[in-house]
Design a binder for this molecule. Structure first.
Ligand SMILES: *Cc1c(COP(=O)(O)O)cnc(C)c1O
Length: 327
């Protein structure tokens, strides 16, 4: 990947003439069966650009209460775009399509018109869970009927595709826009893309520049992303297998149900232990195992391309020891 970056041909992407960026955008659009894509510096910016494409100021976005766009983007939809967000309460990937359909409000004074629905795939706070294709198809019908946009926060959509054997183009066909991350499980240092129609992506380019996300000789980063896409998607199955192995090893301690582990995220429920998640993360870090405190009682373990079998065994030993002492 570093070599691909070093040898990348570059131009000025603000003028649309960085060949490596243009090639990456065309490649990713093709993967999802869409017309166009746009490189963005982060997944949050990619999501926020997509939301602006769908929702004018004063319009409404529907999303899950535990969605990244609601929980981890610092109120950006409201702060930057004047978007009003209303949330459904279902957990992670367990979407109730009828409930979402009933929430949609039509355009017309004096209500706040619903303009878009955002879905996360895989679901981060849902522990890497996957929204089934059948649910997404039903949601697509709902969006079509109501005339609202459907956006996928697909930061980890690669994981869903590998775990469920669904082609990326199948997901692509169900959404008006998708944001996808190169910098999570795929292991590129930086970068996300927004995927959609030629018209929407032309508008996305304007919004990106307005947000300060237009970058110049960014082919260096695009080359890393291209390398990641070509070399690091199929191997996600290894991360999923390791995540399951970790969950099975820790299951006897009562902190995780392995049957719920679908991809590379393993949420550990600490509510029946004497540790909260910052405490567990701190103790594990002292023994060389890095995990993320998500909620006070939930710690998140992530398997990825820098965790090999011996690293996994170390994580099992360290976390297993700490949790056994705390239960
Ligand atoms: C990481 C992530 C993003 C984007 O985050 P950035 O740090 O801004 O790149 C978006 N959605 C989900 C579900 C994520 O996990």
């Amino acid at each position: 990947m570093r070599q691909a970056m070093a040898y990348a041909e570059v131009g000025d992407d603000v003028f649309g003439d960085d060949p490596t960026v243009n090639a990456l955008e065309a490649y990713v659009a093709g993967l999802f069966g869409h017309e166009a894509a746009l490189f963005a510096p982060s997944g949050s910016m990619a999501n926020q650009i997509a939301l602006q494409l769908h929702v004018p100021a004063g319009g409404e976005l529907l999303a899950g209460a535990d969605a990244h766009v609601v929980t981890y983007e610092l109120g950006a939809a409201a702060a930057l775009s004047g978007i009003s967000t209303r949330t459904w309460g279902s957990v992670g990937a367990d979407l109730d399509v009828d409930q979402i359909a009933a929430m949609i409000r039509p355009v017309g004074y004096p209500s706040v018109p619903t303009r878009a629905i955002a879905v996360e795939q895989t679901h981060n706070l849902g522990g890497g869970s996957i929204v089934p294709l059948s649910t997404l198809r039903a949601l697509r019908s709902v969006a079509d009927e109501a005339g609202v946009g459907l956006h996928c926060d697909g930061a980890r959509i690669w994981h869903a595709a590998v775990a469920d054997g669904v082609a990326l183009s199948e997901y692509g066909a169900l959404f008006d826009t998708l944001s996808v991350c190169l910098s999570k499980g795929l292991g590129a240092p930086v970068g996300s893309l927004i995927v959609g129609s030629r018209e929407r992506i032309a508008q996305a380019r304007v919004i990106r520049k307005r947000l300060g996300g237009g970058m110049r000789q960014v082919g260096i980063l695009a080359a890393a992303g291209r390398y990641a896409l070509e070399n690091h998607i199929d191997r996600l199955a290894e991360d999923h297998a390791r995540a399951l192995r970790l969950a099975e090893a820790l299951a006897p301690l009562g902190v995780v149900d392995p049957s719920r582990i679908r991809t590379n995220l393993v949420p550990l429920d600490l509510s029946k232990t004497s540790l909260d998640s910052p405490a567990l993360a701190g103790l594990a870090a002292q023994q060389g195992v890095l995990i993320a405190p998500m909620l006070p009682s939930i710690a998140r373990v992530v398997t990825h391309l820098d965790v090999d079998d011996s690293g996994l065994e170390q994580a099992i030993t360290v976390l297993g020891g700490l949790l056994a002492d705390a239960s």
